[in-house]
Design a protein around this ligand. Sequence first.
Ligand SMILES: Nc1ncnc2c1ncn2[C@@H]1O[C@H](COP(=O)(O)OP(=O)(O)OP(=O)(O)O)[C@@H](O)[C@H]1O
Length: 553
Amino acid sequence: MNSDIILKAEDLHFSYDDDHSHSLNGLSLEIRRGQKVAFMGANGSGKSTFFLCCTGIHRPQSGKLYFNGEEVQYNRKGLLNLRSKVGIVFQDPDNQLFSASVYQEISFGILNLGVSEEQAKKKVEEVIDYLEITPFRHKPTHALSGGQKKQVSIADILVMHPDIIILDEPAAALDPKHTAMVNHIVDRMTENGITVLMATHDVNYAYEWADEIMLFHEGKVLMHGSPAEVFGNRAALRRTNLEPPAVLELFESLCKKGILKASLPLPKNLKTLEKYIAEINLNPHYGGTKIMSENTKKAILAVSFGTSHNDTRAVTIDAIEQDMQNAFPDYPLYRAWTSKMIIKKVNKRDNVHIHTVKEAMEQMRADGITDVLVQPTHVINGIENDLMKEDALSYREYFHSISFGDPLLTNEQDNLEVIQAVAEEFSHLTRDEVLVLMGHGTTHYANSIYAALDYTFKDKGYENIFLGTVEAYPTMESLLKMIKNYKPSKVVLAPFMIVAGDHAKNDMAGDDPDSWYSQFKAAGYEVEPVVKGLGEYPGIRKLLVEHLQALEK
Ligand SMILES: Nc1ncnc2c1ncn2[C@@H]1O[C@H](COP(=O)(O)OP(=O)(O)OP(=O)(O)O)[C@@H](O)[C@H]1O
């Protein structure tokens, strides 16, 4: 037999009443020397019965038990040898303590082994000191508290210097302080190389403490493995009435939400989990922790709605991406568009494939990128931006971190800078000329930014700048009303969109009677359309790059 194996059971059967119900029903297992093994399983699954067989209190009706490679003999000599090497601490100390005084109690077993009184005294004193029993050593055993009785029953066994200690629910009926004390004693035993077998229903303790878990079910071993293996097997836990450890459940739930990365080592306890959480850079990183700092490979993902007009694309989206690349020359830059329709159109017409967000994430994953800085060129925090984030985050488990830069108009400061960029672009306008900006507009609640910004233009002294939308509020009707009151000599039209695509060329500047150009013309104004996307304004590009840079601060 492998000398590493200290205890081995082979097909043990045991019945209490010689009837047909087997408390041990063909039980086989092996225990390796020096291991901490937690015995778990439903009530009545046979853990205590097995322990009683290990100490020779019960004799299996069939099967074999080996200790240190030798088959256990159930004669007086064999049993004495077994009991000197395998000690059991019962769940209820009252089943174990029968001497009147603490000293007598602890010395009883060792004197029975034939050790001289002098030697026994020395060993008893050592263990009294080691287990901190001195303060109550002179009390009669019946007057001890539950925790003190437990200490003495452990001392009973430790004094014999066993190779294996069996603890049956050592913390049962103990308060948290005494539980901690017993756990501390157990830790010290294992440090001294004793093999410890412990029956416990405390999954949290077993998960953290044990090297191995022996899962009992109906008198046999259902599963034997590391705590991670056994507690990771939910079907086995269900069969044995056990719940997964709280720390594992919490860790899994944080991984599912993308807050922690599933590739982190499983946390053994809440302290480790707390450390993981403390090391998350919550804002605005997703899915990442800073724990794995080596081998990072960062990349930028520039996400735009897209345009099929190559002329405007070159001076807007391409120019923005170029500025981002200039700001981070060492990071590869990937492009994605959110409009599948435009992607399809460009693909068909130019044979050029532009990635969707998911495709770009997939590509970065294949390229070994670990951290993704996503910078949208979206104007507002609307539905496009929300969906883009959702798509990117569906890949969270493959990256260390995915962080999102803000769209153009996100906070008060952005609004002011955008106003500044627009005002600079149109600084040549005279007071009696108005600039009418055409935003896109959305049913998303973020649409209110357009009216707010229109108000802020005026508040900042640009009474001649108006902002409306094609698809929402402020509408063309409200613009016409306000501009009528202003009585301008000329209306200059410009898109308030990153690219000057279909909306700018047709809905704004087209000849169709519904276009803004035609409607202002029909209202009697001189109209000058400026088909130039926001992406062409240096101030706008600078702001988007700043949003990207904010991710690295
Ligand atoms: N002294 C006894 N007399 C008769 N049957 C017993 C005795 N002790 C245990 N049994 C039976 O043997 C089976 C195994 O019980 P055992 O105490 O070994 O289980 P256990 O896994 O230690 O349970 P628990 O988690 O409740 O301590 C049960 O069906 C139980 O009813």
